[in-house]
Design a protein around this ligand. Structure first.
Ligand code: HEC
Ligand code: HEC
Ligand code: HEC
Ligand code: HEC
Ligand code: HEC
Length: 309
């Protein structure tokens, strides 16, 4: 009996040792290659994310820019028959597309913007999904359970600041009188603008000459917020040296991380974007959106009564 106990004990010990070893080896391997390792890959976080190239993110996240809109929602709504108010802007073209593609690869986005992954993604905490919860999450406070600081969005999705422009009411009330032309005033006012690494300043001016809808699109026409962005107020030629009261607390330069000289490369994303499925037909608004008397196409006016103001 004693003999049996001995062998049994030794056997058990050996087995236990072998199992521990196996477990350890498994963890050691998994640590380098597994899903968790990828999820916690340092490039997601500060400081590495500041230097990240889009290509590096795309190595793992190619799906983010793949065309992936359903033809039909599970409840039966057909994608090509639904149109939101902001999609009736003159600048909107093509079929329904994903958020990331609308900002990075679609025609209008490529024309006027140069957004990169880290323009919006600045690091987050996958464990707590809360700001300030780790040394590697974003420095600026951001909303709980959001992975992006919404202040970034506000720059292009805030309200039209009619008050500082001396315009009564919003743009929709003034557009007609101004010939739908922001450059009427902005040919000479605040002319030092858009010199940031996520915009294409010359292309924006050209688009603004074609239609005020381009300018308005980023300055009130697609406003998800009830406030406007407190833009930096760059000195411009002919500027009055006296600073108006409302502008006293405004910065006079763009946020450091957006300044032009902080751009490293300008590699076209096209090289890493998955190929389109098929050529898309140009899309015409199908819902009977009311035309405004203001502009010939007038599609912007949908914000007027029935929509968010
Ligand atoms: C080595 C592969 C890899 C690289 C490189 C990588 N990621 Fe990730 N990322 C992952 C994995 C895996 C996850 C977890 C996905 C999940 O849980 O659905 C993830 C999650 C995310 C999430 C969602 C986080 C969450 O908690 O839901 C974001 C946003 C993200 N990555 C952005 C980026 C950006 C921006 C870059 C480039 C700076 C990048 N990733 C580079 C693998 C990678
Ligand atoms: C215009 C800002 C913006 C840009 C540019 C951007 N993202 Fe995002 N991304 C977002 C937002 C907003 C979310 C949703 C975050 C949330 O749910 O809190 C998101 C979500 C994600 C997620 C989570 C999975 C998903 O699809 O919801 C991944 C992964 C991701 N982004 C990767 C990338 C990569 C890679 C790039 C560059 C090719 C990129 N993003 C560029 C704003 C942006
Ligand atoms: C640099 C300017 C810019 C920034 C920053 C920006 N957007 Fe946009 N956004 C645009 C433009 C321009 C369009 C219209 C694209 C089009 O019509 O093709 C748009 C469209 C959208 C749409 C509509 C997409 C659709 O399918 O019609 C949503 C939603 C949106 N943005 C949300 C966000 C959020 C959330 C953020 C912050 C994470 C953000 N945007 C940051 C410029 C910006
Ligand atoms: C009647 C003249 C006039 C017209 C038309 C006009 N603006 Fe302005 N705008 C101004 C003035 C004046 C300011 C304030 C200048 C200053 O900083 O002292 C201003 C400021 C701005 C600012 C900065 C606001 C801030 O909070 O710092 C933006 C953005 C802007 N305009 C966009 C537009 C867009 C887009 C249009 C067309 C849709 C437009 N403006 C049409 C006169 C005009
Ligand atoms: C794709 C979005 C987009 C479009 C289109 C656009 N803007 Fe802007 N605009 C911005 C952003 C973002 C900023 C803030 C940039 C920064 O931080 O310096 C800005 C800043 C400004 C400012 C403040 C300038 C300053 O003192 O720094 C004015 C004025 C302005 N835009 C007018 C216009 C006019 C006029 C047009 C049309 C010709 C136009 N915008 C088109 C996104 C846009």
């Amino acid at each position: 009996m004693k003999e049996f106990d001995d062998t049994c004990c030794k056997g058990l010990c050996a087995l236990g040792l072998a199992l521990t070893l196996l477990l350890w080896v498994t963890f050691a391997i998994a640590k380098d290659t597994g899903y968790e390792a990828a999820r916690w890959y340092p490039i997601h976080f500060k400081p590495a994310i500041d230097k990240a190239e889009d290509e590096q993110c795309m190595a793992c996240h190619a799906e983010v820019l793949a065309p992936s809109v359903r033809k039909q929602s599970p409840a039966g709504v057909e994608a090509d028959k639904s149109l939101a108010w902001y999609q009736t802007l003159d600048t909107y073209s093509g079929d329904q597309d994903t958020f990331h593609r609308r900002h990075m690869t679609d025609a209008y986005a490529k024309r006027v913007m140069n957004l990169r992954c880290n323009t919006c993604h600045q690091g987050h905490d996958p464990r707590a999904e809360a700001p300030g919860s780790s040394a590697t999450s974003q420095l600026s406070g951001y909303t709980l359970r959001k992975q992006v600081d919404t202040k970034t969005c506000l720059m292009c999705h805030g309200q039209f600041n009619a008050e500082v422009m001396g315009l009564q009411g919003g743009w929709t009330q003034n557009r007609e009188a101004m010939g739908n032309n922001c450059l009427l005033c902005h040919e000479t006012i605040r002319t030092t603008r858009h010199h940031v690494n996520f915009l294409k300043p010359e292309a924006i001016e050209a688009a603004g000459k074609e239609s005020g809808d381009s300018c308005y699109g980023c300055h009130g026409g697609r406003a998800w917020y009830r406030i406007g962005f407190p833009y930096p107020r760059h000195e411009w030629p002919g500027m009055d040296k006296e600073v108006p009261d409302w502008a006293k607390n405004r910065p006079t330069r763009s946020d450091l991380r957006f300044q032009m000289d902080s751009v490293k490369t300008d590699k076209p994303l096209a090289a890493v974007v998955p190929r389109e499925t098929a050529a898309k037909p140009v899309r015409k608004p199908r819902l009977g959106v009311t035309k405004s008397p203001g502009s010939k196409k007038g599609t912007l006016n949908v914000k007027g009564k029935t929509n968010v103001q």
